[in-house]
Each structure stands twice: as structure tokens, then as C-alpha cells.
Write a protein that binds this ligand. Structure first.
Ligand SMILES: Nc1ncnc2c1ncn2[C@@H]1O[C@H](COP(=O)(O)OP(=O)(O)OP(=O)(O)O)[C@@H](O)[C@H]1O
Length: 294
């Protein structure tokens, strides 16, 4: 469904996407991760036809630059930064519903499930909503329409925990025919939803991990983590992951295959503490032997 070949984007002398190639079949759910400035938003803006670029992009056979209007009707997009629209919220919803073939009721229903009562803000300019309200409405506009592709750029950054939980439930409930690309700094939250993790660094793909059922579900991983000091919060969390402490600052244990991305999210959140991480696929016997010897 998505075919990106040798995509490069430059702002002045700065190259922000660097010969990036990616192929995503229909219905795939991808987490796009990477540090600030890695190029995630630039990739999204290119997919949406907003940026010119070198290389080629095809989404369901459409070219984002040439077929932009058609493509935008097909894609549910949640931007990282809300547009500064003076349009009243109610009129904004009606406009999006009309161009995307959605129903206003459906959009407002999604907004309501996220905790946003549209009736109370219908006449308020979109730009005057709070950050969280804007994000809830943008999510409702993306999810409350018929679409086979969702592009979600840090969609939960401004959401309270209750709305975040509802949002993830809504995504999980979408049928397998909806493809998604979600950028987030919270890989632990999105890992259970996706079947592929793509990491960008300086405009290049540095990790591309497909979680296949066959590969991940039955497998186990031996992990060993070394920290540069002992910290109570890390020790507690490591204990919850079933890791055992040994030789002072080192922990080891076994992680089930489907948990490996969530585990990496846990490790990433303690990056400042780490001096070494090892994750090794293992068969059941060696997991038992290693865990016992720990
Ligand atoms: N319009 C622009 N003009 C100049 N440089 C830009 C522009 N937009 C983005 N950049 C630069 O492109 C690089 C990639 O930015 P981008 O927003 O794609 O990163 P990101 O991975 O989404 O980061 P974040 O996690 O902080 O949102 C950064 O160095 C940024 O400064």
C-alpha cells in the first residue's frame, strides 16, 4: 500500500530525510520512533504531499504531490501541532465531514468518548480550544471518518491519561484493514498496537523490526542490563519485569517474545542509567538454564 523509494528532503543545506526507502503492505501498523529532529514529521508531511522531495512515494498507487486532494480524502491525519484555525469548531467539523464523506454525528461521538463535549464548544474558534481539546477533536476528525490509512503524529502528547486509554482502545478496535503509522516517544504505550517498529535517526531508517506472529509469539529473549548506579525506581521496575540483580549493578532474566518491544520501551526510559544492554533470542531450555543460574 505504501511504497517509498530513496526519499530525500532538504531544508537549505540540512538534509532531514536521507535516501529513505520503506514498503508497507496494506493494513500494517507501524510505530515510527526516533529522537527529536530525527525526521518523523518530515516523513509524514512528505507522505501527505505537503513537502516537495526527491525520490518517490506511492500510496495505493497515488502520488502525494500529483494526487494530493484525492489522497487527503483517504487519510485520517492527526498533526503534532494543531493548525491555528479561527473557524468555529462546529463549522470545522462540518467541513471535514463533508470533504471526507464522514458523518458529523460519528465525529462528535468519537470526540465524546474521548471526553470532549462538542456541543459546549461548537461556536468557539478552534484556535481558542485548550491544547488537549484540540487534540481530542483532531483525533475525532481522523478516526470518525472512513479511512484505510491513519497517520498519527504524536497523537497523545496533550491527552490526559483517561483520554489516552480511550484513544488506544479506539485504535485497537479498528479492523485489520486500517493501516497506521504512529509516531510517539512512548513506545511502551504503542508497542502492543503495532506489528512493526521503524526507528529514524537523522533522516535514515536505523531499525526496522517486524513483529511476526510466528517469530515473536513463541520465542523468548535472555536479557542482561547493566546500569552505572543503583536507583530504586529502576530496581523496582526491573523486579516487576522478573529480572534478578547480580554483581551489584547488573540485572538478568528472560522476556517473552511478544513483550520485547514493551521491554525495550522500559529500557529506553532509563537510557541515562544504562551502561549496557543485551537481548538475545533463546530457546526454552537455555532460558531456564540461564534464569536458574541467575
Ligand atoms: N520547515 C522547516 N524548515 C527548516 N528545517 C526544518 C523544517 N521542518 C523541519 N526542519 C528540520 O528537520 C529536522 C527534522 O524535523 P522533524 O520535525 O521531521 O523531526 P521529528 O522526528 O518529527 O522530531 P520531534 O520528535 O521533535 O517531533 C529537524 O532538524 C528540523 O529542525
Amino acid at each position: 500500500m505504501i511504497l517509498i523509494k530513496e526519499l530525500s528532503k532538504q531544508f537549505g543545506a540540512t538534509r532531514v530525510l536521507d535516501h529513505l526507502s520503506l514498503e508497507a503492505p496494506s493494513g500494517q501498523r507501524i510505530a515510527l520512533v526516533g529522537s527529536n529532529g530525527a525526521g518523523k514529521t518530515s516523513l509524514f508531511r512528505s507522505l501527505l504531499g505537503e513537502y516537495s522531495y526527491h525520490g518517490s512515494i506511492s500510496i495505493d498507487g497515488l502520488d502525494p504531490r500529483r494526487d494530493r486532494a484525492r489522497l487527503l480524502r483517504m487519510i485520517g491525519f492527526v498533526p503534532q501541532i494543531a493548525p491555528r484555525l479561527e473557524t468555529p469548531t462546529g463549522a470545522f467539523i462540518r467541513y471535514v465531514a463533508e470533504v471526507s464523506g464522514a458523518s458529523v454525528e460519528e465525529i462528535e461521538g468519537v470526540a465524546k468518548s474521548l471526553g470532549l463535549d462538542v456541543a459546549a464548544v461548537r461556536n468557539r474558534a478552534f484556535v481558542r480550544l485548550s491544547g488537549g481539546m484540540k487534540q481530542k477533536l483532531l483525533i475525532a476528525l481522523a478516526l470518525g471518518r472512513p479511512t484505510g490509512l491513519l497517520i498519527l503524529d504524536e497523537p497523545t502528547a496533550n491527552l490526559d491519561p483517561a483520554a489516552r486509554a480511550v484513544f488506544y482502545d479506539l485504535l485497537a478496535a479498528r479492523g485489520r484493514h486500517t493501516a497506521m503509522i504512529i509516531s510517539s516517544h512512548r513506545i511502551d504505550e504503542i508497542a502492543p498496537l503495532v506489528d512493526r517498529v521503524v526507528e529514524l535517526d537523522r533522516g535514515r531508517i536505523v531499525l526496522d523490526d517486524t513483529v511476526t506472529d510466528a517469530g515473536a509469539l513463541g520465542s523468548s529473549f535472555l536479557v542482561e542490563v547493566e546500569t552505572n548506579r543503583v536507583e530504586a525506581s529502576f530496581a523496582r521496575a526491573a523486579g516487576e519485569w522478573g529480572l534478578t540483580q547480580f554483581e551489584g549493578h547488573r540485572w538478568r532474566g528472560a522476556i517473552a517474545g511478544p513483550d520485547r518491544l514493551r521491554f525495550l520501551g522500559f529500557v529506553a526510559r532509563h537510557a541515562g542509567l544504562l551502561s549496557g544492554v543485551e537481548l538475545r533470542e533463546a530457546d526454552r531450555e537455555s532460558v531456564n538454564a540461564d534464569t536458574l543460574s541467575a
